[in-house]
Structures are given as C-alpha cells and as structure tokens.
Design a protein. Structure first.
Lengths: 260, 467
C-alpha cells in the first residue's frame, strides 16, 4: 500500500494540483461552516469586587457592543448559596437601547444550574448580523422569599463601550444591598481608562461568537490591521502573507513526500 | 538546483514567513519582557547612555510607551490592571518603565547586554520613527537571528548525518513549527541571540567529532561558547557540555574503557549539579558569570536543601515548564486548551521512551539490533544527550538553590538546548514508527507539527489577541 501511494505521488505536478484542489475544497467548506471559539476577552469577567443582589424586582443591565458577527453566548458570574435551588434567573437581550420593550432573546435558567463564582453561559441562536451593533443585557431573578442571588461586577467603569445600571428591589424593604466580597481571584482585574465615581460600574461578562467563517474574516482583518504601521496596517498584507505561507507549505510537503 | 538546496531554501523561506506572521499577530509589548528590552536598547542606541540604575532613575521612558500599551489593549489581554489604577492588592507585572523604583532588571553589570548592544544601531537608525515602528524593526532583527539559527540547525544535522537529509528536515521543521520558538525568537529579548550562539557552538562541536578536529574549528567552538555564556545564563550548560565532549573525545583517542568514561561523565553530572547550586548562590542566578561580576560574599551552606521544598513545588515547575514549552504566549501566559496539553503530555512521554530506547540500543549499543552509527556519530550523540541533562539541571537547579519556585523555569530558558532536543525528539519519534511505514515518519512528523501550529494560530492566538 505504501509503495502504491508513493508511485501515485511520485509525479510532483499531480501531487501539487491535488493538494491545491484539496485546499480549495477545505477552504470552501470552512468558509461556510461556523467557528465558535472567538470571544471578547477584552474585559475579563473575573473582577469580583461588588456583588449586586437580584431579589424582588431588582434588575441589572449592561450595554455592550458586539465586535464580531454571530453573537451567541454571554457568560455572567453569580454569587449564590449552593443550597439554594429554587427560582430562576432571566436574561433578556435587547437591541440597542435598554428602553426597548421588545426582547431579541429571553433566556430563563434555573438557579440550581448555577454554580457559585463560576461562569454561567446564556446561549441563544447566533445573531449573524451582530457585528458593530449595540445590545442591552437585562438580568433579573425570580426567587423565593429570603433567597438571594448576586451578580458580580466591578466598582468602577471598566468597559468603555457601554454602561451598567442597577435597579434595586422596590417591592419590599430588602436587607440586601450591593456589597463588597473578598475574592481570591483578584488577578483578574480589568483596565481603567479614567477614574470614575462610585456610581459607575460594569458587570463581569464575556461575549462569545459563533459566526460563519467567511463572516469573521473581514472584522478579524480589520482588528489585525488596526493601529499598526506601514504594511501591517493593511488587511491585504495578511491575506498575501497567508497565501504565501500556505504555498510554501505545500511546496515543502511536496518535496518531503518526494524524497520519502 | 539539487533537492537538498530546494528543501533548504523552502525551509528558510518558511521561517521568514512564519516569523512575519508572528511579528504581525502578536500585539506590541506582549512578548515576554519586550518593553524592558526595548528600553534598554533605546537607551544605548538613541540616548547614548549605558543602562545603569542611575540612568534609569533620571532618564524618562519613551513618552509613547504607556499610550501604546493602552492602544493595543495589552493590560486587558494580560488580565491585569495598569499601574496607577486604584485597585488595591493588584498584582501586575512590574515592568520598567512602569515601576516606581529604578526600574528594569536590564541593568549594566547585572544583566548581559550583548543583544542590546547588537541591536542598538537598529534603534539608533529608527529614532525618527514612532515607537511601534521601532519595535517592529527590532522584532524583524530578531527574526533574522532566528533564520540564521535555522540555517545552522540544518548544517548541524547534515554534519552528524551526512548520508540522509531527513534528520536535517526534521530538526529544522521542529524549530520552525514549534509555536513558542517562533513567538519568543521573533520578540525583542535575548533568547534568540543566545540560541544562535549555542547553535553555532553545537555545529562546531559536531564538525569536530564528525569531520575532524582542527584549530579553526576548536577556536570557533571556544569563541561561540564564550559568546553564548556572555549572552545569557541559560547557555551556561554548554560549559559542562564542553567538559563532557572533551572526556568523550579523549576516551576515543586513548581507548579508555567505556565503564571508566561513564563513571567520569556521571561524576561530571554530580559536580555540575552541586557546582550549579554553588554558583547560583553567589553569581546572581548565573548572571554574575555572564556579566563577569561574581559576588565575594560568604556563602551560607546548608545541607538540607533536598528536604525543604515540597514535592508539589517540583511538580508545579515541571508542569509549568511543559506548558510554557508547548503553548503559553506572552507574559499574559495565554495557554493552549487543557485537553491539548493532556494529549501532548502523553505523546511526549511516548517519544521520551523512544529516546531512551534509541539511546540505549544505538548510542550505548546495548542489546538488540543496532543501526549502523559510526563511532563519531555515537560520540556526538552521547555529547548531545549529556548537554540535555546539563540543560535540565541548569533550569531546575535554581529552584533547589532558592528553595522556592520564584525562579519559574519558563521554556525559553531551555531553548539554547533546542538543537540537541529537536534531534533527539525526532530520533525518539522514529523508534515508535513501525518498520513497514518507517519512510513515512518524516511526513507524519512534519504534518503533525504543521497541524499543531495551525491550530495554535487559529484557535488560541487570534481569538485571545483579537477577540
């Protein structure tokens, strides 16, 4: 079998043509498939300084901007007593403004599915045209009396592309106020652009994307070339570089197969 | 054009292209210690100042540096808060120029400055450019050093195995497609130059053993040894390697019994280990040798070194060293997925067994069928094996000497030994390939590395830096 393989591949031209066709087919296949490992790690969600309780009709909202198409998942961090299992968290995604009455997505999740101080993912079908759009995430809880679940946030404004707002519970007097919680993960502290008043903050969140591969190329090239000088500031440079690299790879593999 | 030359040319072209990819993708300042080394080079090249503590104290850093860190989101990618933030208990890397003290560890008399001297003309010529342009030019200079290392690696393998090109291809591919090697070697730091000097030393050593000893070759080996040792302490393992090479050369010359030679080599290993601790304690982690400034303080010798540190500390350092060899990018430490590391561990253990098998069967010639290695090849392979042992001692001995993991063995400290490591890695891999498909060992090796590198690029680096 090995000898037959070698015989067939002995003709360098046939081999190179074969490989180029395979690459073209693979690229075509990839172009129309989805990749789900792009996420906005710009602001790490693990800056657990403040904990905003979601009791009664308390709500917390966060504005954000999607940097890529295919927005499909938002990770949030909650604080809860592990024994609390009753109730649910509701996350609503709205288009542009939080004043919008219409929800793009409404996700309800059981409290029992949430683990204290671990990211919980709210997923929904990919929004393919999310590139550059502003969204509003609204989170509230439906809990039994005297149960508390909190959402982690910063104590200063750390996310420049949107603001957060906390609406405290107004149904009945609640002993639960936003409080500071000592965390062991103070490594994960985000960037501050300017000093802020205590009122401005952002919740800890991470945004995940699941776009078609073809859709992500343009925004990725824009990100790659942003702020870079000379040739590196042109998206075309990266395409040319990639093509040259793939071509040389094919040539090298051809040589290696030939000598083996 | 012969096949050899075509393959050699394509490998050199590939390393340039891969280097350009990493230079352009890794955000400025994110490579390990990059801002610190840039400032030291800038002081020498542009300010015409020797980087002493006093100079750092009175000379402002490049004014565009903090803004550049912000523009490329370096703090966010590293999940750290910048200096001056009002978080308390914020651990952030204390890099010059962001320290409040005299700053950098790149201080004349305490840190070797050969690399910085070498690149200072580039910095001087680019003075009128903005800071990011200057950085990219320096990165490109590092890429040239890397390309030269690949060329040296090719000839190193061809010298040891002149009859077969596959070892040269395998070794070069390892160096080219190992993501961390390209990442580190195309950044602004001293590792690339150190790797080049040690590679040249190993090439000369191979020529002495396989082609013949001559005064020019011996002199060249000595010169490259001195340059490597002065370039960075991570190259100091070539000092005991030279001693081992001398012993092996003399044993061949005078017909010493193999038991006697092995006893000598074993004694050399023990002395290297103990001597390493000794030197580390009063030579500032080896920098005292590289900067020729040894301490005269009395040593407090304590024989209980092996009792204090918990075994978990050693396990941690081994795991950390492994992770930073295969994928831990930038001083942000952007890691590869845990499953990949899990898989790589198992592959490396298997290949490690293959290395042992190869070494015992073919180098030591103990039992079983042995491939036709010439005495010269056996000798140089024996030298290279001991060089790896000394390199490992050099990396892990400081943990014992300091009784802490404060001296974390990043994989780049091991890169000066990449040439012998890459060769043995392939030789070990070959032992695992069944005889029926032995000729496919190289294509499998090459494709596996290309696949791994492509996955790292698309699955780890691009999302982490541009998500």
């Amino acid at each position: 079998m090995v000898d037959r393989l070698k015989l067939r591949l002995n003709n360098a031209y046939i081999f190179h043509f074969f490989v180029l066709v395979m690459i073209a087919l693979l690229a075509g296949l990839l172009f129309f498939s989805r990749i789900s490992w792009f996420k906005s790690t710009y602001y790490s969600p693990r800056y657990s300084i403040k904990n905003y309780p979601l009791t009664g009709n308390a709500q917390i909202i966060q504005e954000f901007e999607s940097k890529y198409p295919g927005l499909y998942r938002i990770d949030l961090y909650f604080s809860k007593n592990q024994d609390d299992t009753a109730g649910e968290i509701i996350a609503r995604l709205k288009n542009d403004s939080c004043e919008n009455t219409e929800d793009i997505e409404r996700i309800a999740t059981k409290i029992s599915d949430i683990i204290d101080n671990q990211p919980y993912s709210f997923t929904f079908p990919p929004i393919d045209d999310s590139l550059g759009r502003k969204f509003c995430l609204m989170v509230e809880a439906r809990l039994l009396e005297n149960r508390v679940i909190g959402i982690y946030a910063s104590q200063v404004d750390v996310y420049p592309d949107g603001k957060a707002l906390y609406k405290a519970n107004s149904i009945e007097p609640s002993p639960y106020q936003p409080f500071d919680k000592q965390q062991n993960y103070q490594l994960w502290l985000p960037f501050i652009q300017k000093s802020q008043s205590q009122a401005e903050f952002d919740i800890g969140f991470a945004i995940h994307y699941n776009p078609l591969t073809g859709q992500i190329i343009h925004p990725l090239l824009r990100q790659l070339s942003a702020n870079k000088p000379n040739l590196l500031g042109y998206p075309g440079f990266y395409i040319v570089l990639l093509l040259a690299y793939v071509m040389m790879l094919v040539i090298l593999i051809g040589f290696v197969l030939k000598i083996c | 054009m012969s096949n050899d030359y075509k393959i050699f040319t394509s490998l050199v072209t590939l390393v340039i292209l891969r280097g350009l990819i990493y230079i352009s993708i890794v955000p400025p300042w994110l490579a390990p210690d990059e801002s610190t080394h840039y400032e030291a080079i800038r002081l020498i090249g542009q300010e015409k100042l020797w980087p002493t503590e006093e100079v750092y104290r009175v000379t402002p850093m490049h004014p565009e540096m903090p803004a550049s860190f912000e523009k490329f989101h370096v703090w966010q990618i590293a999940h750290l808060a910048p200096p001056g933030s009002n978080f308390s208990n914020t651990p952030y890397i204390e890099y010059r120029p962001f320290r409040d003290t005299t700053g950098s560890v790149i201080i004349a008399g305490k840190y070797p400055l050969i690399y910085h001297l070498l690149l200072s003309p580039v910095s001087a010529l680019s003075k009128h450019l903005n800071i990011v342009q200057q950085l990219y030019l320096l990165r490109f200079s590092s890429l040239i050093l890397l390309a030269l290392s690949i060329v040296v690696g090719w000839f190193f393998a061809r010298t040891i195995f002149p009859g077969s090109i596959i070892f040269a291809i395998a070794l070069s591919s390892f160096l080219i497609f190992l993501p961390m090697n390209i990442h580190i070697s195309t950044a602004v730091n001293t590792d690339g130059l150190t790797v080049l000097f040690t590679s040249l030393y190993f090439l000369m050593l191979a020529k002495v053993f396989c082609v013949g000893g001559s005064m020019p070759r011996l002199a060249s080996a000595a010169a490259f040894l001195i340059l490597a040792v002065l370039a960075k302490p991570t190259a100091h393992f070539i000092i005991p390697t030279s001693a081992a090479a001398l012993m092996i050369y003399l044993s061949r010359r005078f017909g010493w019994k193999s038991h006697f030679l092995l006893l000598l080599l074993f004694t050399l290993v023990i002395f290297t280990f103990l001597g390493g601790i000794f030197l580390f304690l009063f030579a500032d982690g080896g920098r005292g040798i590289s900067t020729l400034s040894l301490s005269s303080n009395l040593i407090e010798w304590d024989l209980s070194y092996f009792n204090r540190l918990d075994s978990s500390a050693y396990i941690y350092t081994i795991r950390w060293g492994f992770a930073s060899f295969w994928g831990s990018f930038g001083w942000a430490g952007t890691p590869i997925p845990a499953f990949w590391a899990w898989l790589l561990w198992r592959i490396c253990i298997l290949i490690g067994l293959g290395v042992v098998l190869f070494f015992v069967k073919h180098v030591l010639n103990l039992g079983g069928r042995s491939i036709a290695l010439t005495p010269s090849q056996r000798d140089i392979l024996l030298v290279l094996m001991f060089s790896l042992i000394f390199a490992f001692i050099g990396i892990y001995m400081p943990i014992i000497a300091m009784q802490s993991t404060g001296w974390g063995p990043q994989s780049r400290y091991f890169f000066p030994a990449l040439l012998p490591f890459a060769l043995y890695f392939f030789l070990g891999f070959q032992q695992l390939v069944p005889i029926r498909v032995y000729s496919l060992a190289l294509p499998i090796w090459l494709l596996a590395f290309i696949l791994y590198d492509s996955l790292v690029l698309t699955y780890v680096l691009l999302p982490a830096f541009y998500g």
